[in-house]
Design a protein. Structure first.
Length: 192
């Protein structure tokens, strides 16, 4: 399967990311990515991409011992280089395509990431529904340039979703926590 285009869109009414991948063979795979999933997937993809980009450098073996600021500078340079060559201007092809996973997007419950020899990263998106329904899965092999492109699309969607915003405690919850910490007897709370 050869990837033609990828798209990641935040859908507020679902509070999920819809990832679509279409192929040169005229197929489209649709995947739902949840906040819970992204909490683990984002750092994993970032770490794997950083490791790969550092291996690209001529002194790759000595870079593993380099200080964090040098490693970050080199990976940021490579990421910008990849992004400068990527095409984010061409609209996603909305024409009807074959849907091998079915009309309903795969609700991804976990992702297996396996670096392959020679550079590509194999991602297996799994849907393991409760209740004994048959699991579904989808494999993608991404070269580092495509990983960086996917990360860019995910980052844009994450910014739109505001999932990265810190949770702010409600004032009542903060008061209750302060009361519990002070050891004072608990006051009853009334709604009306």
């Amino acid at each position: 399967m050869q990837i033609h285009q990828m798209s990641v869109t935040y859908l507020p009414e679902q509070d999920r990311l819809l990832m679509r991948v279409n192929t040169r063979e005229g197929e489209e795979m649709r995947l739902w990515l949840t906040r819970r999933l992204m909490v683990g997937l984002w750092p994993l993809l970032s770490r794997l991409l950083t490791e790969y980009l550092l291996k690209l450098e001529a002194a790759g073996t000595t870079l593993s011992a380099a200080d964090e600021s040098l490693r970050k500078m080199l990976t940021d340079f490579r990421k910008e280089e990849f992004l400068s060559k990527a095409d984010f201007e061409t609209p996603y092809d909305e024409s009807p395509m074959a849907l091998p996973l079915g009309e309903e997007p795969l609700l991804v419950t976990d992702v297996d990431a396996t670096p392959q020899s020679g550079g590509p990263l194999k991602l297996t998106f799994n849907e393991r529904p409760p209740g004994g329904e048959a699991p579904r899965s989808f494999n993608l092999e991404l070269q580092p340039k495509l990983i960086q492109g996917l990360m860019h699309l995910l980052e844009q969607a994450l910014n739109q979703s505001q999932w990265r915003e810190p949770f702010r405690g409600l004032p009542q919850a903060e008061e209750q926590a302060a009361e519990e910490d002070s050891g004072a007897p608990r006051r009853p709370k009334y709604l009306n």
